[in-house]
Design a protein around this ligand. Structure first.
Ligand code: AMP
Ligand code: MN
Ligand code: MN
Ligand code: MN
Length: 273
C-alpha cells in the first residue's frame, strides 16, 4: 500500500488542480490519497467522478488554528464534507482568511508594494488565499528573488507584513472534525519548533479536547524526528498518520508518497477505517 494523507491543490496553496493531483497520484502508484487543503474542502467538490479503482480518496482538510502563541495545523481526515457543523466551521475560517489577506495587503502597501491584494487574489484564482500567494506575487513583481525570501523578509511571524490572525480555537476545530465523523490529527508536530516539554503539553491538550492522531511522518524527515514522534505517538496512545504535504512538483522533500514508512510500533490511522 502506498498511502499519502496530506496534500494540497489549487483550492488552497497547491499548484495542481484536484484532477491533476489525482493523475500524479496514479502515476506515482498511490493507493490511498487524502486531499487536505488549508481551511477548505472545495477540491473534493471539483473531483471528476471517474478515477481509477486502484485509488481511494479520503476526504480531508487542514485547519489553521493556534495553541498559546504558536500557530498550528490540524488535519481532519475521513470527514463527511457536507456535515452542517464542519460547513459552518469552514465558512468561518474562509472569512478569517479573507480578512487576514486584507490586513497583509495593507501592510505590504505601507511597505511600498503595489496592488498586493489583487495580485495575490489573481494568483490564487480567487480560491482560499494564503501567504504563499502573496509570496508568489512578491517574486513575480521582482520584490524578492524567491519564495523563501518572501517569507524571510515579509511574511513569517515577526516580519513586517505578518498579521497576527486569531483563527478559530483548537477546541472548536476538533469538534467540527468529530461532528463530521472524522479524525483530528496534529499535523507536522516537528515544524512548530516547540521544546519537548511544550510539545508534550500541546499533545496533552489536543488529546483532552478529542484529538486522536499525530502525523508521525511528514515528507522526507530525518530518522531522529521519526523516532521522537513515534515515541510521542505511543506514549500518548495516539494513532499515527503519514503524508508528504505535497504542494507542487519539483519539491523533492515533499513528493507524493515519497517518505519513510511508519515505524512498526505505531498504530496507523487506517486501522480505524
Ligand atoms: P498560511 O496558511 O496562509 O499561513 O500559509 C502557510 C503555508 O505557507 C504553509 O502551508 C506552506 O505551504 C507555506 N510556507 C510557510 N512558510 C514557508 C516558507 N518559509 N517558505 C515557503 N513556504 C512556506
Ligand atoms: Mn501550504
Ligand atoms: Mn501545515
Ligand atoms: Mn499542508
Amino acid at each position: 500500500m502506498n498511502i499519502d494523507l496530506h496534500t494540497h491543490t489549487t483550492a488552497s496553496d497547491g499548484h495542481l488542480t484536484a484532477n491533476e493531483l489525482i493523475q500524479r497520484a496514479t502515476d506515482f502508484g498511490i493507493n490511498v490519497l487524502s486531499i487536505t487543503d488549508h481551511d477548505t474542502t472545495s477540491a473534493h467538490e471539483q473531483l471528476s467522478t471517474v478515477y481509477p479503482d486502484s485509488l481511494t480518496i479520503i476526504p480531508g482538510i487542514e485547519f489553521s488554528t493556534q495553541w498559546k502563541k504558536t500557530y498550528i495545523h490540524i488535519l481532519g481526515l475521513n470527514i463527511q464534507i457536507d456535515n452542517a457543523a464542519i460547513r459552518t466551521g469552514i465558512a468561518a475560517q474562509c472569512q478569517l482568511r479573507k480578512e487576514r489577506a486584507e490586513r497583509i495587503a495593507e501592510k505590504l502597501e505601507k511597505l511600498g508594494i503595489e496592488n498586493p491584494l489583487t495580485g495575490a487574489q489573481h494568483i490564487a484564482h480567487h480560491n482560499n488565499i494564503g501567504r504563499p500567494h502573496f509570496a508568489r506575487y512578491l517574486v513575480e513583481t521582482g520584490v524578492v528573488s524567491d519564495i523563501n525570501q518572501a517569507f524571510k523578509k515579509y511574511l513569517s511571524v515577526g516580519k513586517p507584513a505578518h498579521f497576527s490572525q486569531q483563527w478559530s480555537p483548537l477546541v472548536q476545530i476538533i469538534d467540527w472534525v468529530r461532528s463530521a465523523g472524522g479524525t483530528a490529527v496534529l499535523a507536522h508536530p516537528a515544524k512548530y519548533k516547540l521544546t519537548r516539554t511544550k510539545l508534550n503539553a500541546l499533545v496533552d491538550e489536543f488529546c483532552s479536547l478529542g484529538g486522536e492522531a499525530i502525523e508521525v511522518i511528514s515528507g522526507k524527515q530525518i530518522p531522529a524526528t521519526t523516532r521522537e514522534l513515534a515515541k510521542l505517538c505511543q506514549d500518548k496512545s495516539l494513532l499515527a498518520t503519514c503524508g508528504s504535504d505535497f504542494h507542487q512538483p519539483g519539491q523533492l522533500w515533499a513528493e507524493l508518497g515519497q517518505y519513510p514508512s511508519l515505524p512498526k510500533a505505531c498504530k496507523p490511522i487506517w486501522d480505524k477505517w
